[in-house]
Design a protein around this ligand. Structure first.
Ligand code: MLC
Ligand code: AMP
Length: 518
């Protein structure tokens, strides 16, 4: 059994201090290589984060200020994240697909002191931000332009990392709930550092590893698991501004580690260029954020000779379980998410709060240094989601087998995971129900070859009203992030209900999955 690395134990609990301490001695080595031919050394990252941290500090923001960011993926956007940590503020990343009503909610709820957006969106984003009391709105584009960089260019490249306690907030990630609006999961420096250190050991990171970074950087997977993983290990990243399967395959010859949601693996498998030869330089393929089909797991083994390592986590907890990397810890089992990570206590309980026997199904609950502090300004909601003895109820349903492998079999939360993004039916239904002529609606997830799962909307018209499904979809597209928009919409006479009058979503799911609308 390997022990957790203890070489990085900065006196400062700031996550950035630990990441910085792990930079290699040779600061002139390449830290990040981009798909448009740019090279950033470790010194560049150090200087750029210092300058941006100095800029943030120069604004005289109150302690705990949130820095909300909705920008395209770029190294400078990552620098902004690291600079926010470095200066001790709280990072709030926002999916680039979010539209104005969604952004208005997040900014109104989080009350960020600083908002950073693209130049293209400055008009409407700044209007929303200033209305919510934000003091500073900067722009940042993926071609290294924008007012944020202009201002940072005038700042010193020397900066002492702000001292933070492990329990201080580092980031807020918005994640929707089963009911109501999105909740901000508050993650601390300690949550993320403990997780990064555990994964460094568990996945056997090596100093000469090179990570292909192909995920967006506004969610846990791309922002924390991937970036922290490379930085805490002083490893280079090959930075792709967007996922491009052909480019990933080409870059595999220069890399050793890849992380992706299952859709990325499905799309890579569709490329004839994915062969054993193409993957020969790689050490590890990691999948997560959504269930990896056993067919994908097996086909990957056949095509590349590599066994994908599947792990499981969530915004509120970072990573919780992982299949083993080292063979002496067991095999990587397709269809399972592996063992609870060191330090994570994971149990399965029934609805009455009793532990279920080994191998039986129940709600997954977790406890550990990686588990978040609570939902932003929602103490009641936070209390509801924790048990009396301090376990967080994940909303995932699963079982643990006799060897300790965890399998996720479903979710008690009404959630669709589409291409690794979460879509909450309640939010979409709320939107559809407001459209003229709609009496009610139900949104369910059905299997999809590319995205794993996609939403389907089933809508009932008000008496006398006529609804056009195409119009309903078009209306959603104009208001909601594109990945949330159901791929199909059906107008029907009635929804199936149980004796209590509750809509039977399992019946709808079965009907529409089988392609047999009512
Ligand atoms: C894009 N589209 C999607 C979609 N992504 N539809 C459903 N689900 C998705 N995920 C739709 C768009 O709406 C658009 O439709 C069309 O596809 C083309 O859009 P695009 O932006 O060009 O798509 P593409 O670049 O191909 O993006 C697909 C993708 C992307 C798989 C690369 O979705 C992606 O990067 N997913 C990763 C998400 C992720 O990082 N999740 C981690 C969460 S963290 P139209 O109709 O408008 O043309 C987490 C915790 C943990 O869960 O454990 O890790
Ligand atoms: P998010 O709120 O975006 O962080 O999504 C977290 C959710 O993604 C979890 O609660 C799970 O439902 C799901 N998830 C993450 N990893 C896996 C996995 N490997 N298998 C199945 N579901 C997963």
């Amino acid at each position: 059994m390997r022990t957790q690395n203890t070489t990085i134990s900065p006196s400062n609990g700031n996550l950035f201090a630990a990441l910085r301490a792990a930079f290699p001695q040779n600061l002139d080595a390449v830290a990040v290589e981009t798909d448009n031919g740019l090279y950033y050394s470790w010194r560049d990252l150090d200087r750029a984060t210092a300058m941006m941290a100095n800029l943030l500090e120069s604004l005289g923001l109150p302690e705990g200020s949130r820095i909300a960011v909705q920008v395209e993926k770029s190294v400078e956007a990552m620098v902004l994240y690291l600079a926010t940590l470095r200066a001790g503020f709280v990072f709030l990343p926002l999916n680039t697909a979010y539209q104005s009503a969604e952004i208005e909610y997040f900014i109104g709820n989080a009350e960020p002191a600083v908002v950073v957006c693209t130049a293209k969106n400055f008009g409407w984003v700044s209007k929303i931000a200033f209305k919510a009391g934000t003091l500073h709105v900067f722009t940042l584009d993926d071609d290294r332009t924008g007012s944020l960089l202009d201002r940072a260019a005038h700042c010193s490249d020397q900066h002492a990392v702000a001292t933070r306690h492990a329990d201080d907030l580092a980031a807020i990630l918005y994640t929707s709930g089963t009911t109501g609006r999105s909740k901000g999961a508050m993650l601390t420096h300690g949550n993320m550092l403990s997780n990064a250190l555990v994964l460094k050991e568990y996945w056997g990171w090596r100093a000469d590893d090179v990570l292909i970074h192909a995920l967006p950087i506004f969610h846990v997977h791309g922002l924390f698991v991937a970036i922290h993983g490379a930085l805490i290990n002083g490893s280079k990243m090959i930075w792709l501004s967007r996922f491009d399967p052909k480019l990933v395959i080409r870059k595999m010859l220069e890399a050793t580690v890849f992380m992706g949601v299952p859709t990325l693996y499905v799309r890579l498998l569709a490329e004839p260029g994915l062969t054993r030869e193409a993957a020969r330089h790689m050490r590890l393929f990691i999948a997560g954020s959504a269930p990896l089909l056993i067919e994908t797991f097996t086909e990957w083994q056949n095509r590349t000779g590599h066994t994908i390592l599947e792990r499981y986590g969530m915004s509120e907890t970072a990573m919780l379980t992982s299949n083993p990397y080292f063979p002496d810890q067991g095999e990587r089992r397709g269809g399972t998410v592996g063992y609870p990570l060191p330090g994570v206590s994971l149990r399965v309980q029934d609805d009455d709060g009793n532990p279920v026997p080994v191998g039986e199904i129940g709600g997954i609950q977790v406890k550990g240094p990686n588990v978040f502090k609570g939902y932003w300004r929602m103490p009641e909601k936070t209390a509801e989601e924790f048990t009396a003895d301090g376990y967080f109820k994940t909303g995932d349903v699963g079982r643990i087998d006799t060897l300790g492998y965890v399998t996720i079999v479903g979710r008690s939360k009404d959630l669709i995971i589409s291409g690794g993004y979460n879509v909450y039916p309640a939010e979409i239904e709320g939107y559809i129900n407001e459209l003229p002529g709609v009496a009610e609606s139900a949104v369910v997830g059905i299997p999809h070859a590319d995205f794993g799962e996609v939403g389907v909307a089933v809508v009932i018209a008000k008496p006398g009203a006529t609804l056009d499904p195409a119009q309903i979809i078009a209306s959603m597209k104009s208001q909601l992030a594109n990945f949330k928009v159901p791929k199909q919409c059906f107008v029907v006479e009635a929804l199936p209900r149980n004796t209590m009058g509750k809509v039977q979503k399992n019946v709808l799911r079965a009907q529409y999955s089988a392609g047999q609308p009512m």
